[in-house]
Design a protein around this ligand. Structure first.
Ligand code: SF4
Length: 215
């Protein structure tokens, strides 16, 4: 996705007016690309909470420890907290998910079904690339779920086996893996989410969430 404003020097000076215009443009782009909601938020809204990180292993997620991006291998929370504190603005996005369409198709494939985080994670990648090409050299995005489910579709992790990641420049820790309290954050944005139930129709709706720190 090319910058729509012509080339700008990476890390060059950005005045506040230009930054705010860019943030609004990224918000609009997220909606154009299929997000059901997008908001420009102060980065200070993001809380990093050890309990979120711990919930990846208590009770244990089936991807815990199996990728470099999943706890306990994900980046240390003190580093995350210090790094995220350097950002001022972010774009928060959500995508509606039809859970029933992500159920495994019985007997048709050994590949895992497409992760319900895929659309949101792709949006995060797209917005991060757009901001980077606009000169925001430290822009950084996070989505949901494990890269093993989303990108590798359940194949064993090559990086953990000493090889190269199959998806360099795309694979990344999720918001929850870096301890971001996603539920508190979406409430601050005026959105809500519900726990998934055994009956996929029991919850009013399902969403996946992503965030791109811009500057
Ligand atoms: S190889 Fe797959 S599972 Fe391993 S880090 Fe890369 S994307 Fe994630």
């Amino acid at each position: 996705m090319a910058s729509e404003r012509g080339p700008r020097a990476l890390g060059g000076p950005m005045n506040e007016e230009l930054l705010q215009a860019d943030l609004e443009r990224y918000r609009q782009k997220a909606l154009e690309l299929g997000a059901s909601g997008a908001a420009v938020i102060p980065a200070a809204w993001v809380e990093v909470d050890e309990r979120v990180r711990l919930k990846c292993i208590v009770p244990r997620c089936d991807h815990a420890g199996l990728t470099p991006n999943c706890p306990p291998n994900a980046p240390d929370l003190d580093l995350v907290r210090r790094a995220l504190a350097r950002y001022r603005w972010a774009v928060l996005i959500k995508c509606d998910v039809d859970i029933a369409s992500h159920a495994p198709a019985a007997g048709t494939s050994t590949e895992e079904p497409l992760s319900f985080h895929r659309q949101g994670n792709q949006l995060v990648e797209d917005l991060e690339r757009l901001a980077f090409r606009d000169g925001y050299h430290l822009t950084m995005g996070f989505g949901g779920g494990s890269c093993m489910a989303d990108l590798c579709r359940g194949q064993p992790c090559q990086a953990m086996a000493g090889g190269a990641c199959r998806f360099p420049y795309r694979s990344r820790p999720s918001m929850e893996a870096i301890g971001v309290d996603v539920m508190s954050l979406i409430h601050r944005a005026g959105w809500s989410a519900y726990a998934m139930q055994d009956d996929p129709n029991a919850a009013p709706f399902a969403i996946t969430v992503g965030i791109v720190f811009v500057s």
